[in-house]
Design a protein around this ligand. Structure first.
Ligand SMILES: [Zn+2]
Length: 206
């Protein structure tokens, strides 16, 4: 068994969405061995920092919140697909040739996994692709970009997925991951009433 860590490192200079300064994680050290008898810190973190899950509430008014996410969808078999040749957006046409089945958790590796800085033109799941996955009744979708969607003012991709109970996992570090079958573990922090939560995500290779 081999464990692949596919989580982004959380630190103050990490890529954050649209490079918005206020989204940067801040770690405050409140006690050190110089100032006290132990080491202690606290962190201020945007919910959508690095590797994280979106809950339906993020894009669906009145939608479910992260503490109610079905954990059977977070610990599951999954398939990693190589879409590194795709530019700008993944469309239905890019997915039709893939063997995507009902109940599958799919992870798409794109060019984003090879970038060290936020890319304003990151590869995203265009709405025709999201609707295709919804109609296929997949269990979940994982992407390396910090969002599954950009440049769609109606947020059709998020709504198609989250509105159908499909898990949305964003900010995966897939640079060293080969396409294939794995066991995914991506457990969101249990934050009451939140529209998402950071997660530590790993792929287990049998
Ligand atoms: Zn998100």
């Amino acid at each position: 068994m081999k464990i692949h860590d596919i989580s982004m490192m959380i630190h103050k200079d990490m890529p954050v969405y649209n490079n918005i300064e206020d989204k940067r994680p801040r770690v405050e050290v409140v006690s050190t061995y110089e100032t006290g008898s132990h080491y202690e810190s606290r962190i201020r973190l945007d919910i959508h920092t690095g590797t994280h899950l979106d809950a339906p509430l993020h894009m669906v008014e009145g939608g479910d919140t992260i503490e109610n996410i079905d954990l059977y969808k977070c610990i599951t078999q999954c398939t990693v697909f190589d879409l590194t040749s795709v530019d700008l957006q993944i469309t239905k046409a890019d997915l039709e040739g893939l063997d995507i089945k009902e109940g599958q958790f799919v992870i798409f590796k794109t060019k984003t996994s090879f970038l060290t800085e936020f890319d304003f033109n990151f590869v995203f799941l265009e709405k025709s692709a999201a609707e295709y996955l919804r109609d296929k009744k997949i269990k979940g979708v994982g992407m390396d970009a910090l969002g599954v969607e950009r440049s769609q003012p109606g947020h059709e991709t998020h709504k198609a997925l989250l509105g159908s109970g499909i898990i949305v996992l964003e900010g995966l570090a897939l640079k060293d991951i080969q396409p294939g079958e794995y066991t995914l573990i991506a457990l969101p922090l249990k934050i009451q009433g939140a529209e998402g939560a950071p997660a530590r995500a790993v792929l287990i290779e049998q």
